[in-house]
Design a protein around this ligand. Structure first.
Ligand SMILES: [Zn+2]
Length: 111
């Protein structure tokens, strides 16, 4: 991420945890008032090497979108761990598809 900038937020998003365990590693979940790089504003970011996932709090009124972004960034982290080399379109499709699967079948994956 070239010239990445963000401002951490004091706001919280209901249902979004402060940490998320992905592939056996606890990632810090950072909520931000803004995140941007040279290509513009970002709704979500992951940093594999520093171990954090970021979500822009502008999505806080849409719990589904916030959770899809969290899942999307977690899939990026899984992809890095597994070295599968997924492209952005595949990550988007997997996050949307897996989220819908879990949400539409809540009794199947209860732990
Ligand atoms: Zn992405």
């Amino acid at each position: 991420m070239a010239n990445f900038r963000m401002k951490a937020s004091e706001k919280r998003i209901p249902g979004i945890p402060k940490t998320l365990r992905v592939a056996g590693i606890d990632y810090k979940v950072i909520l931000a008032d803004f995140m941007q790089d040279d290509e513009g504003s970002l709704l979500g970011v992951h940093d594999f090497f520093e171990g954090w996932l970021g979500i822009d709090v502008c999505v806080r009124k849409n719990k589904d979108l916030a959770k899809i972004i969290l899942l999307h960034e977690a899939i990026h982290a899984i992809d890095k761990h597994a070295k599968t080399g997924l492209v952005e379109e595949q990550i988007v499709a997997l996050a949307n598809g897996i989220y819908a699967l879990l949400k539409n079948n809540p009794k199947v994956w209860r732990f």
